[in-house]
Structure formats: C-alpha cells, structure tokens
Design a protein. Structure first.
Length: 287
C-alpha cells in the first residue's frame, strides 16, 4: 500500500514540476502557433498567416504564405511580352483572364515595363536571355519525370549548365535563402513590402507576401524562424508592385504592397505588372 501511495505521489510531483517549468519557460516564438496558422483552401493549397516577430503594430504586420503542392498544381509563367499586344495586368487580372488559381510577381522588370531584369524563358518564349550574377533560378516544366517538378537551382550548390537543359521554364532572381539555408542578404536601412518564392522541406512551393514594409535581411531571418520549414527562397519584387492574388473554390484574397513612406494614410493602388508566376489545378495528380 505504501509503495502504491509513493508511486502516486511521485507521479503527482512530476506533473506539478512539468506544469511549473512550462509556465516559466518562454516559447520559441510566442507570435506563432505551429501548424494552426495554416488554413486549407483546397487539396494541396493552404494559406498561412504569421505575425512579424518584431513589430509595434501586429494588426498591420503579417506575413502571408500560400503553400502549394506541385503534384496537384502546375506552374505557369505568364509574360505580357509573349502575348500579341500584351499589356501589364494586376495579379488579380492575370488570374481572371487566364483562369489561374493564384499568381505572384515573377521578377523585377526593366524600364520597358515588359522585360525581366535577368533570365526568364519558357520553351516557347524568351522574355530575357541575359544570365546575371544572381545565384538563384526557379525551374519548372521538367523534361524528365525523374527530376523535381519544381527546383530552385542555387549556383553555389548546383551545376546550372547541367540543370538548365533539364527544364522548360527558367526564372532568375536574387537569392534570399541559400542552398545551405543561410540568410545571404546584407542588412540595409530601407524598408518595403516584399514578395518572394520559397521551397520547403517537403518540396512544396511557397508564395510569400509581406504587405507591411520590412528590411529584406530582417524579413529573411523571420522566414527562417517561423514554422514553415523553408529551405530556399528568392526575391521577386519589393514595394508597391508586390502582390499575391488567390481565387480558390470558396475563398478570394488579394495582397499588395507599398514603400515605407506610403503606409501613412496613403495606401497604394494595386499596380499592373508584366510577368507573373501562376498556378492551375492539375487534371490528374502527378506521382
């Protein structure tokens, strides 16, 4: 009887100690609630909303991430330059006109308002053949089934001359998170809205948007901290041109951006952009 009582007393004390330690310890990231931050829109399509870690106004400082399973959704590069008499459109208009489930900026663009700043091509159209010094190239439309459906080529880790022959679509941009999962962006005083594309540990594609202005270096640190399992990321646009539009079966979302000095009572209107990466639901699931 004494042994049984002692055993019960030990369990009680153990539970008490665990409860006290949990109460006193600080969570890794008090602003984020594990996977509860994700809302399922459709099979293979989830929207996450995460608070910026360091912010004085959490109501206006959220990071929005669309998580996409490439086995269920195909990726499409849309270029105004590939369309006869093509013009810039907002991400919303790109989706509505071409039956896209979602769209995000494909890259920054040049003064002609059509040409990407560096390499951008599909198998049928070359928007820009120039290969810049930037380290990251998003590749999709693999020519062989054995290759990843979507691959973020990092020229520090991958042989670009080899990989570029294996994909129909290539889009070059500035690297944010390297193949070694490192923040490679220097800190700078300027802040702006950010649009980015990432890959997670399960090879899902992340369309990332921060409407609130942030320094890119600090923003990358947050992407590496919040529970999204990001492994690589590239920068696709900053400032008022940044946008992410989603039209799933039952939900519609539109996110746009601004420069730091444009958020004080002067919200920017959504600006048309010449190049977007869109997604469409596959007619059959890829294995």
């Amino acid at each position: 009887m004494k042994k049984k009582f002692a055993h019960i007393l030990f369990i009680f004390l153990l539970l008490f100690v665990i409860a006290c330690s949990e109460e006193d310890s600080e969570p890794h990231n008090p602003a984020i609630n594990s996977d509860d931050s994700w809302v399922k829109l459709e099979n293979g399509l989830e929207l996450g909303k995460f608070n910026h870690i360091n912010t004085s106004d959490p109501m206006e400082a959220n990071i929005y991430i669309l998580r996409i399973d490439p086995h269920l959704y195909q990726f499409i590069l849309m270029n105004a330059s590939a369309i006869q008499n093509g013009h810039k459109l907002t991400a919303k208009k790109w989706c509505e006109m071409y039956n896209l489930t979602a769209a995000i900026n494909a890259s920054m663009y040049q003064k002609d308002h059509k040409t990407s700043v560096s390499l951008m091509r599909t198998k049928n159209h070359i928007n820009n053949s120039f290969i810049s010094k930037d380290k990251t190239i998003l590749a999709f439309h693999p020519k062989k089934a054995k290759d990843p459906i979507v691959k973020m080529i990092d020229r520090e880790c991958d042989d670009f001359n080899l990989w570029k022959k294996r994909y129909g679509t290539l889009i070059q941009n500035i690297r944010m998170v390297s193949c070694k999962r490192k923040n490679v962006w220097s800190q700078q005083p300027e802040k702006w809205s950010i649009a980015a594309i990432g890959i997670d540990a399960k090879d899902r594609v992340l369309f990332i948007h921060s409407p609130a202005p942030y320094s890119t270096h600090s923003f990358i640190n947050e992407l590496l901290t919040i529970p999204i399992q990001i492994t690589q990321a590239m920068y696709v646009e900053g400032g008022p041109e940044t946008q992410l539009f989603i039209q799933s079966e039952n939900h519609t979302f539109e996110f746009s951006g601004a420069h730091e000095n444009e958020l004080n009572g002067n919200p920017s209107t959504v600006r048309p952009i010449p190049n977007v990466i869109g997604i469409q639901k596959r007619t059959s699931v890829l294995k």
